[in-house]
Each structure stands twice: as C-alpha cells, then as structure tokens.
Design a protein around this ligand. Structure first.
Ligand code: JD8
Length: 268
C-alpha cells in the first residue's frame, strides 16, 4: 500500500484531483490512499493563521515551522511516516526514475505544499527530501503534488488496467513515444500509415521503433545517450541522419545515475 498524506492550505484544490479517474479508482481498489489535510488545523490560534512576516523584511509571508511540526506530530500519532517531502523550486528535480523509485518503495509519504514565500527554513530539519517538478516557478506546491501523485500512482502494480502499458512509456524505454492513430482512417487529407492497417505485427513493431527513434533524434536528442540503444537502433539512426560521432557518444556505457539526495532518516 502506498499512502500520500498532503499538508496544504488549499485541500479543496487537490480534492477533485484525488477523486478523479485514475487516483479515485486506485483508492477504491485499496492500492493507493490520498489523505488531504488542511495545515490550518494546526495553527494553534483561533484565527487559523499559519504564516508570519519574514525576519529581515521583504515581501510576502512565510509559513511557520511550529505549525508544520505540530501537523507532522499529529500525523505520526496516527500512523508511522516513511518520508516527508517538501515541494520547493530549490528541490531535486523529480523525474520518471524518481516516480519508479517511490512506487517501488511504497509506504507512507507526507507531502508538504507551501504557498506565499514558502516555509521557514527550519522546516528543512523536519523533511527527508526536497523536491521540485522542474525549472519554472509556481505559486505553491499543490500542482506539483498532483503531478507527483499521478506519476507515482500509475506505477503501483495493479493501478493501470494493462500491466504492459507502462513498459513502452517514453522515459521508461528512454525514447519518446511513437505516434498513435485511431479512426477516421483519413482526416483533412491525411491518412493513417499503411503499415498500421495491415496485420504484419513484426513490421508494425519495427515501424514504431523507427518512429520513436526519429522523433527522439528530431525533438529530444539529449535523451539518446540514456536510451540504451540496441545495434539495430544505431543502424536505423544512421539511416535517419545521425552522424557516426553522435552514435559513438550515444553508445558509450552510461555512468550510474546519481542517487537522489535524501536528507535524513525517516522521522518515524
Ligand atoms: C512550492 C511557495 C511559491 C514563489 C518563493 C517558494 C515545486 N517546480 C516548482 N516551481 N515552483 C514550485 C513551488 C513554488 C512554491 C511553493 C513549490 C511554495 N511557492 C514560490 C516565488 C518565491 N516561493 C515548484 N515543487
């Protein structure tokens, strides 16, 4: 079982998301659990105020560390916590490799969603990881929490109907996805490739691999060094216009990926 407990000032932002198709069904089937908690419960004052002005001055408000500490103590009193993740633009970038690792690890993950100028710096002492979803700035952690929960939940065994369907995900294969088509067979003068309408499954597999290689070469050549190319792939990439120098670089053995930074042992 994988449980996310989200601490947020806007639980209603995440509610429809948690109840939507994929996450809703996974929860109904007992594979994943999403608990949403309003941080204001632990404000400790009757105005439910959780933030204050920054020491040293400046714009905006900062969320108090004592509020977060009380929230974590309360959750911990209910169930042991395995990881406490703070969402912040200063965190380690969340990737498909992170999603796979988190889904495999399972357990009880608390996700801290800030707002305003974020949390008091001392919240770092309460967390096991600081995570960002990418190099752009949002106004709070909720949208990042939604992204992460969706990416992790779909990798939990049994959540996706078809177990095979994330084997050929882009980023799992290391390549972008091949293009898919459905009816109508012709739309606005553009047809569906003939090979997909014949029943030759070997030819379809080869065409799809070639398309995935071509699209990756065109759009995301930076992915190719990590793609784990096979000898037939190199021949196909040459045919698609890659240079011999590029191919040599892409076929060089990959150094082991750096492990994601984990700050401290789980505060059980
Ligand atoms: C959490 C507040 C707003 C605005 C300081 C921290 C993640 N990839 C990502 N981009 N932005 C966030 C993120 C932004 C957040 C908070 C996550 C809490 N903010 C910013 C400017 C100045 N705060 C994120 N994960």
């Amino acid at each position: 079982m994988l449980t996310f407990s989200v601490l947020t000032l806007f639980p209603e932002l995440l509610r429809p998301f948690a109840e939507e198709a994929l996450l809703g069904k996974a929860q109904a089937r007992g594979l994943v659990r999403v608990n949403l908690h309003d941080l204001r419960q632990w404000s400790g004052n009757r105005h439910h105020k959780v933030d204050d002005t920054p020491y040293g001055g400046g714009a905006g408000m900062v969320i108090r560390v004592d509020v977060v500490a009380r929230a974590l103590d309360a959750l911990r009193a209910e169930a042991p916590i395995d990881e406490v993740v703070m969402l912040t633009p200063a965190g380690q970038t969340f990737t498909q490799a992170s999603a796979e690792a988190w889904a495999t690890q399972g357990g009880h993950w608390v996700i801290l969603c800030g707002r305003y100028e974020g949390f008091d710096a001392r919240v770092e002492r309460l967390v096991t990881r600081e995570v960002s979803i990418g190099d752009f700035v949002m106004m709070g952690g909720e949208a990042a929490a939604a992204c992460i929960m969706e990416a992790v939940a779909r990798l939990v065994p049994g959540v996706l109907g078809d177990e095979a369907s994330h084997q050929d995900d882009s980023f799992s294969s290391g390549l972008l996805d091949y293009p898919e088509y459905t009816r109508p067979p012709v739309w606005a003068d553009e047809g569906v490739p003939d090979v997909l309408q014949g029943g030759n499954h070997g030819a379809i597999r080869e065409w799809r691999r070639s398309q995935a290689l071509a699209r990756t070469l065109d759009r995301r050549p930076d992915l190719l060094p990590h793609a784990g190319l096979m000898p037939q792939d190199s021949a196909e990439l040459l045919r698609l216009g890659a240079s011999a120098e590029q191919l040599a670089a892409w076929n060089a053995p990959e150094p082991p990926a750096p492990k994601q930074k984990r700050r401290r042992k789980p505060p059980v």
